[in-house]
Design a protein around this ligand. Structure first.
Ligand SMILES: Cc1ncc(COP(=O)(O)O)c(C=O)c1O
Length: 373
């Protein structure tokens, strides 16, 4: 037996061996997708308009952004984002690239990152790649964060607080106003906010939680991803002119990877324009999410903590998560069991994510099955 199969066997014994899911069969309700605004669901209908508006958008950039001569749609997409946020924007190939690239580039001598305990793996990988100095505070615990700040403020030249707008596995949100308030009390500290699960879903124009709370100006670096509510692929950061140029020159995933295909940048333009006007759909998504969370709370007897379209159903055990997911699938619902290492031991769960074209009655059978279990 090779060492690889021994490791795989251990995963299997611990009920955390993962395999790629199947293509969604027709008629199933998909509660595992990040297509929160249901734009991906309607892609096909939008293709004629896309072909008419962007007939010359080709399928490869053929080089990285620093070398490619196919920049037109990347620059148009950045201009669109700049006009919406009122600050400079820079595209990355994915949220993973953006976080790994920016966090590692920001790792200069005498820099401390203070991160929420639940930040995404891509941020952790950026910290590890650059061997950054970092510490973590308990999830959303502003008092503990401030205690660390008090202790470390004079010991470093730069302190960067890292948080997510909506946490990907818990569906709760960062205490954004409190974080910004800390910036006022500790001048010079920076805020890095990953809006992956809030872009398209929150805010009047769908720009995210920072827009909803009117705090875009106060956040030094915002990361938005385009593969979730925007039904496309790629990511962007919103920051200052100085930081944009800094990342162009220092973020290794930006420098050393072929740029997104122009066709993809053009598609993102069309999707973001649509997202801007989807106020009604955002309101609906928020209403069905509260409805869903309320039922999950009644069934499980505990607060989900969610304030968004992501609603966890904690099982605390991999085998139980697998069993519940299998029973839901038999009844026509796709909801993926979340296990280690995505969540810490004991945090195993079913993660439900809702999309804006769902209706309350779609969930009737699901609530019945969960109640029976
Ligand atoms: C919070 C967060 N940030 C970043 C990413 C990575 O984004 P992408 O899928 O575009 O690489 C994810 C992906 O799931 C995420 O949940």
């Amino acid at each position: 037996m090779t060492v690889y199969s021994e490791i795989l066997q251990d995963f299997a014994e611990e009920k955390r061996l993962r395999r790629l899911p199947e293509e969604l069969a027709p008629g199933l309700i998909d509660l595992s997708s990040n297509d929160y605004m249901s734009l991906g669901e309607h892609c096909k209908e939008l293709i004629p308009e896309f072909m008419e508006r962007f007939p010359d958008a080709c399928f490869s950039s053929s080089a990285s952004r620093l070398l490619s001569s196919k920049q037109k749609y990347h620059k148009k997409l950045e201009s669109l984002l700049e006009s919406l946020y009122g600050k400079p924007a820079l595209l990355f190939n994915s949220g993973y690239h953006a976080n790994v690239g920016c966090i590692s580039a920001l790792t200069l001598p005498s820099t401390l990152f203070i991160c929420d305990r639940l930040i995404h793996a891509s941020i952790i990988d950026g910290l590890r790649m650059a061997d950054s100095k970092f510490t973590r505070f308990p999830h959303n615990d502003i008092n503990r964060l401030e205690a660390i700040l008090k202790k470390e403020y004079d010991n470093f030249n730069r302190i960067i607080i890292v948080a997510e707008a909506i946490y990907s596995m818990d569906g709760d949100e960062a205490p954004l106003r409190d974080l910004v308030e800390l910036k006022r009390r500790y001048p010079g500290i920076m805020l890095y906010l990953d809006e992956a699960h809030a872009f398209g879903v929150r805010g009047d124009k769908g720009l995210g939680l920072a827009e909803e709370k009117s705090l875009i100006e106060e956040i030094d670096i915002i990361v938005g991803t385009l593969g979730k509510a925007a039904a496309s692929a790629g990511a962007f950061i919103i920051s200052s002119e100085e930081l944009k140029l800094f990342f162009i020159n220092t973020a290794r995933p930006f420098i050393f990877s072929t740029a997104l295909p122009p066709v993809n940048a053009a598609w993102s333009i069309m999707m973001i324009e649509r997202l801007n006007s989807m106020k009604h759909e955002r309101k609906h998504l928020s209403a069905i999410s509260s409805y869903f969370a309320k039922h999950i709370e009644e069934i499980s007897g505990r607060n989900t903590g969610s304030t968004s379209q992501i609603i966890p159903f904690l099982t605390g055990d991999s085998a139980r998560s697998l069993d519940i997911a299998a029973k839901l699938k038999e009844a026509g619902f796709i909801a993926l069991p979340i296990r280690r290492p995505t969540v810490p031991p004991g945090g195993e769960r079913i993660r439900f994510s809702l999309c804006s074209d769902m209706k309350p009655e779609d969930f009737d059978d699901l609530f019945q099955i969960l109640s029976a279990l």
